[in-house]
Design a protein around this ligand. Structure first.
Ligand code: GDP
Length: 460
């Protein structure tokens, strides 16, 4: 749905999940919100000019049509509360009304139908948040944090998203943008008031500001893996030869029987994955096909998938049976590899290297030690730091930040080596700032908003 600020329609949608529940919230937003609400709700003195933020108890009723056939008396849909908000003091920044009615499909559907008969249009996915953005209630990164908060899978993921919603990332972006915007206005100012030969902003100062911004961007970009892990979970892949005990360890880690455990080599032909919440994070464990050279065709396909999984893992558990020689995985990524010696109950006296974890899935010995080793590896991902700063970078942010960083660095080198005029520096800096401004939505296009709000559900 395409629209611009100023000529927005009034929209309605269910804000709570579809299905049975104690309550459902139907939200109306737009210039006619109170007019619509007044037609479907009566009681408690609710009027066309309601007292903002005061809930009123009354009756929700259907709206009869304008034709004589349809103009039968309206029927009562539910007893409900209405909560009006006068724009701009609302989520969307517009006049907004929320109905708190009974949960379940029929009631909410009937309320929405009544609102539509009263003139409201159905809201598109993410439309309330999109309007909040267009009305300056939220920056684009804050709007994205709303989606991250709704979709959060882990405690840390939710905490990071709420910090970003409260302005964490936005502050970081301002800290980067403000010195550059100041520099730009100094450059533009000097062009306006001083003759061309006069360089009013010393180039050494320009270099200093550019370099400092590159440094700040580098720090922010470093936090991007944490964003992915907070959103998608930490992917831990169990790899090793057939029969080393991968499926047994997978089950022991999950404390449930999920993968098939079998004495015959080559049982797990595909990757089996399972999510687990631990210490505020989500881990996605992947049991894989055993890696061996003499596998049949079907098994070989599983092995190829294993390698793909290994190379995309955040943490790799490389399994060897205690007493056997560790083969070692040659991995095509920088993910930490934890050496794990399995079936220790069969070779209890065997000495293993200090940096390895020895365990037995059969007796449970060493499973805690393995989790501790995994937790130590997770520390390096800076999840806690990302939560504290409220920075949950997504691919869109990373792309723009990386691009701006490269362009700023290129400009720095050019200023240092070629000493360009202020006008050139100013125009290059202005275009870099436009790109950077897309992260917070200071600069945006309709296309950008389409792709950001596509992730949202209807009603948010
Ligand atoms: P995978 O092929 O690497 O997934 O290995 P499995 O988990 O299927 O285990 C292969 C065999 O080793 C099965 O018979 C398991 O019961 C056995 N096994 C796995 N872990 C242990 C362990 O810690 N101790 C003992 N004694 N046997 C184990």
């Amino acid at each position: 749905m395409g629209f611009s600020v100023g000529k927005l329609s009034t929209v309605v949608a269910l804000a709570t999940p579809v299905g049975e529940g104690g309550l459902a919230v139907v939200r109306i937003s737009g210039p006619e919100a109170f007019v619509v609400a007044n037609q479907v709700f009566s009681g408690g003195g609710f009027s066309l000019n309601p007292e903002p933020r005061r809930a009123v108890y009354g009756i929700l009723k259907s709206v009869s049509g304008s034709s004589s056939v349809d103009s039968v008396a309206s029927y009562v849909i539910d007893r409900a509360l209405v909560l009006p908000f006068k724009g701009p003091a609302s989520y969307t920044g517009e006049d907004t009304v929320e109905f708190f009615c009974h949960g379940g499909r029929m009631v909410a559907q009937a309320v929405i139908k009544a609102c539509r008969k009263a003139g409201a249009e159905p809201a598109a996915a993410g439309e309330f948040t999109r309007r909040a953005f267009l009305n300056g209630k939220l920056s684009l990164d804050q709007a994205e944090a709303v989606a991250d908060l709704i979709h959060a899978q882990s405690e840390l993921g939710a905490r990071a998203a709420v910090q970003q919603l409260l302005g964490g990332l936005n502050q970081q972006l301002s800290d980067i943008e403000e010195p550059l915007l100041d520099l730009l206005s100094a450059l533009e100012g000097s062009l306006e008031f001083v003759s061309e030969e006069d360089v009013s902003v010393p180039l050494t100062e320009v270099e200093k500001v550019l370099l400092a911004s590159v440094g700040r961007l580098d720090k922010l970009i470093e936090m991007s893996p944490a964003g992915r892990l907070l959103r998608d979970g930490v992917h831990v892949v169990l790899a090793g030869a057939p029969n080393v005990g991968k499926s047994s360890l997978f089950n022991a880690l999950l404390r449930e029987e999920r993968a098939i455990v079998d004495g015959e080599a080559g049982t797990t032909r595909d990757v089996v994955s399972s999510r687990i919440q631990r210490g505020g994070s989500v881990f996605v464990l992947h049991d894989t096909a055993g890696l061996r050279d003499d596998a049949g065709r079907v098994e070989q396909m599983g092995i190829e998938r294993t390698w793909r999984q290994v190379n995309e893992a955040d943490i790799i558990l490389s399994l060897t049976i205690t007493g056997r020689k560790s083969v070692g995985l040659s991995v095509d990524s920088s993910a930490p590899v934890i050496s794990v010696f399995t079936k220790h109950d069969l070779e209890p006296s065997f000495d293993v290297p200090d940096d390895a974890v020895v365990l037995s899935s059969e007796t449970g010995e060493g499973i805690d030690k393995l989790w501790q080793a995994i937790d130590r590896a997770v520390v390096a991902f800076q999840l806690e730091e990302a939560v504290a700063l409220g920075v949950v970078l997504n691919e869109r942010h990373l792309y723009k930040l990386t691009q701006s960083r490269q362009e700023l660095h290129r400009l720095y080198v050019e200023v240092k080596d070629s000493r360009p005029g202020e006008e050139i520096i100013g125009s290059l800096l202005s275009s870099i700032l436009s790109g950077l401004g897309e992260v917070s939505g200071r600069v945006f296009t309709e296309h950008m908003l389409e792709s950001v709000f596509r992730r949202f559900c209807v009603g948010k």
